[in-house]
Design a protein around this ligand. Structure first.
Ligand SMILES: [Zn+2]
Length: 388
C-alpha cells in the first residue's frame, strides 16, 4: 500500500470542497446498498442491516446493528458505536484515508478526471467556446428550424420532468414562487445525479448533429446543461420553442445558459391570450420577477435583461394596458424610457411603476406587497391619463 503523506492546507481545502460536491451529487441509496447484504431493504429513508464494516469483525449472526439515514447519508453501527458520513463509510469499507476516499468517490461520480489527461464531466459538459469562431466548428452548424427546435425542447423538458424536482422547487420556493406557479409556467429541474440519464434520453431521441445544432450538446457530444439545470421554457401557443436555464448553486458563473439562437418572444407571452382586452399586464425583467407576479395573481410577461424588448413584440401587447415594473437601477430606468418611446411610436401607452427593489425582493420583503403593488398600478395608470 502506498504511503500517504498528510495533505497541506491548500490540498486539504480542495479536498473539503470536493467532499461537499460529492455530498451534493451522490445517491446515498445506491451508494450504501452496494455494500449491504443482498437482503437489505430500506424502509422509507432508513436502512437497518447487518454491518459490513470489515474492521468491526461482526459474527454476522447477531441483530442488524448498522443504521443508515439515506436522506442525510449518515451511518451508525450500534454494536461498535461508530458512525459518520458516506466518506467515512468508504474509508472504513476500503481501509483508506480521507484524501483517497474523496478522490476515489469523486472519480466514480465523474467529478474529477482520472489523471491530468482526462477532463472531468463538468469540463466535458462545458459549452463550446468561441461560438461563431471558425475553430470550434460551431459556426458551420446550420441552426435547426423553429419546428425542429420545438421538438428538441419538448423532449428535453419531458426528460427533466421525469426526474426529482425537489431541489428546483426548493430553490423557487425560497424566492416565494410556489410549485403550482412553476408547474403552470412549465419550469422543470433535474438533479445533477440525473445528468447522464437525461443526456442519454436526448442521445437516443436525436442524432448528435441535431443536438449540436440546437446548442444543447457540445462538440464533445455532451449535454451542456450540467451546471444549469433549472429550465425555463419560452412557450408560444402552449408549445416550448426555446429555453434558458439557471444554476441553483452559489458561485457558478455565468448564472444562465441557453440553447443556440436568440430569445424568440417575451417570456410567458401566452398569458396575453387569456387576458380580456384592456386588462393590465406587467412588463418585468427576467423569469423570477415574472413568476413572482404570477404567483401573486398579477399577469406578467418577462424580458431577458432590461434592454431585451423587440419592436415586433409590441403588437400583442396593444390590446392590454401595459405597466412596466423594471429594476430600479440605471439600466432599468433607461430601458423604461426607451420602451415608453417605442410604445408611443405605435400609438400605445406604457405606464410605469418604480419599486424600491426588484419585483421579487419587493414581494419577499413586504407582507403587504400585493396591495401596495395594486395601488401603485392604479396610480401609474391614472397618472398616465393625466399626462395624455
Ligand atoms: Zn459494525
Amino acid at each position: 500500500m502506498p504511503v500517504e503523506s498528510p495533505p497541506d492546507a491548500a490540498t486539504r481545502e480542495r479536498l473539503l470542497t470536493l467532499r461537499d460536491t460529492i455530498k451534493r451529487v451522490i445517491n446515498y441509496r445506491t451508494f450504501y446498498l452496494r455494500y449491504c447484504p443482498p437482503n437489505a431493504h430500506p424502509a422509507g429513508n432508513r436502512l437497518q442491516t447487518l454491518c459490513p464494516i470489515p474492521a468491526h469483525a461482526h459474527s454476522g449472526t447477531g441483530h442488524p446493528s448498522l443504521s443508515i439515514d439515506l436522506t442525510r447519508g449518515l451511518f451508525h453501527c450500534f454494536s461498535r458505536d461508530e458512525g459518520g458520513d458516506a466518506i467515512r463509510f468508504y474509508e472504513l469499507m476500503h481501509g483508506v484515508k480521507f484524501a483517497r476516499a474523496v478522490r476515489e468517490l469523486a472519480r466514480e461520480l465523474g467529478l474529477a478526471g482520472r489523471g491530468r489527461d482526462v477532463p472531468s464531466l463538468a469540463q466535458r459538459a462545458a459549452p463550446d467556446v468561441d461560438e461563431g469562431g471558425a475553430s470550434s466548428g460551431e459556426a458551420e452548424l446550420e441552426p435547426l428550424t423553429a419546428e425542429q427546435l420545438g421538438v428538441v425542447c419538448e423532449t428535453l423538458l419531458a426528460a427533466c420532468r421525469a426526474e426529482d424536482q425537489s431541489e428546483g422547487l426548493g430553490y423557487l420556493a425560497r424566492r416565494g414562487i410556489d410549485a403550482g406557479t412553476a408547474a403552470r409556467a412549465g419550469v422543470v429541474y433535474f438533479p445533477r445525479r440525473a445528468y447522464r440519464r437525461v443526456m442519454r434520453k436526448m442521445q437516443s431521441a436525436f442524432p448528435l448533429e441535431e443536438l449540436r445544432r440546437s446548442g444543447l450538446f457540445n462538440a464533445r457530444a455532451h449535454l451542456t446543461f450540467y451546471r444549469h439545470r433549472l429550465l425555463f421554457p419560452f412557450r408560444v401557443e402552449g408549445r416550448a420553442i426555446y429555453l434558458q436555464a439557471r444554476t441553483t448553486a452559489a458561485g457558478v458563473e455565468p448564472r444562465w445558459h441557453n440553447m443556440r439562437g436568440v430569445v424568440p418572444s417575451l417570456y410567458n407571452v401566452d398569458c396575453l391570450n387569456e387576458l380580456a382586452s384592456g386588462s393590465v399586464v406587467y412588463l418585468v425583467e427576467g423569469f423570477t420577477d415574472t413568476l413572482t407576479l404570477l404567483a401573486h395573481g398579477f399577469p406578467a410577461v418577462g424580458l431577458v435583461g432590461a434592454g431585451g424588448l423587440k419592436e415586433e413584440w409590441l403588437a400583442p401587447l396593444g390590446r392590454c394596458r401595459t405597466v412596466a415594473a423594471l429594476d430600479p437601477d440605471a439600466a432599468g430606468r433607461r430601458a423604461a424610457e426607451r420602451y415608453a418611446e417605442l410604445f408611443a411610436a405605435r400609438g400605445l401607452a406604457l405606464a410605469r411603476i418604480t419599486l424600491p427593489a426588484d419585483v421579487n425582493d419587493f414581494f419577499r420583503q413586504r407582507p403587504s406587497a400585493a396591495l401596495e403593488f395594486a395601488l401603485l398600478t392604479e396610480a401609474a395608470i391614472e397618472g398616465m391619463k393625466d399626462e395624455g
